[in-house]
Design a binder for this molecule. Sequence first.
Ligand SMILES: C[S@@+](CC[C@H](N)C(=O)[O-])C[C@H]1O[C@@H](n2cnc3c(N)ncnc32)[C@H](O)[C@@H]1O
Length: 233
Amino acid sequence: MSDWPGADRRRPVSTSPTWTVRKPLAEWLQRQAVEAARDYGRYRVLDVGSGIKPYYPFFEPFADEFVGVDPSPQADLQGTVEALPVEDASFDLVLCTQVLEHCDDPARAVSELRRVVRPGGRVLASTHGVYPYHPAPVDYWRWTHTGLDRLFRENADWSSVAVHPGSGTTACIGMLIGHFIDLLCKRAHLRPLGRPLVAGINLAADAIDRAVPALRDPLPGSLTANYHVEAIA
Ligand SMILES: C[S@@+](CC[C@H](N)C(=O)[O-])C[C@H]1O[C@@H](n2cnc3c(N)ncnc32)[C@H](O)[C@@H]1O
């Protein structure tokens, strides 16, 4: 499994400007894979907007089935989050990582995620708060934690919805500076030179957020690069 595509997402390097988003996301999904096995035994996973299914190795030890859906013709099933080509209540766990910001209709997407998860099953979604424009192939939306909570609660019935920041305010500012440095270095054809600087900023920002708990909470004035949503059907 170590050669499965997407190692940069499962084991992100601190020299990358995306580290602040990918590291907490990978850690959260790894924990969730184990928790789902504790709660459900062996389970079925639908990965919506799967791309290359980068997180499959986290779930593979526990999942009887792991199906990817994506508009791409390379996907296991070709389709969109707004019209999932699967039966109602047919999966125990539904992943939708870094997709909602790219889809046409997030309200319809949430309603579809709920339709395909079985009662008691869970949807694990992640999407951006503050992040540079990155079309894949389009880039439409950003959220606050309260906006994401409302999006989920207003568009489906859940027994619970929890929205958590993936990282803190300093990490978000560091991520933006890291992207800017990376962009400048790329334009100057000096990208490798920027990498140690990006790593230093990422690690220092993370240490500051760890030292000051209030910087990790979604409070007035806070900035959040990415949110993790756990919605139980
Ligand atoms: C940033 S990538 C994320 C891929 C993967 N989920 C991950 O976390 O690495 C966004 C993915 O969403 C897919 N996508 C874009 N619009 C979509 C839609 N309306 N429904 C489902 N997937 C969509 C893209 O094809 C792409 O694979």
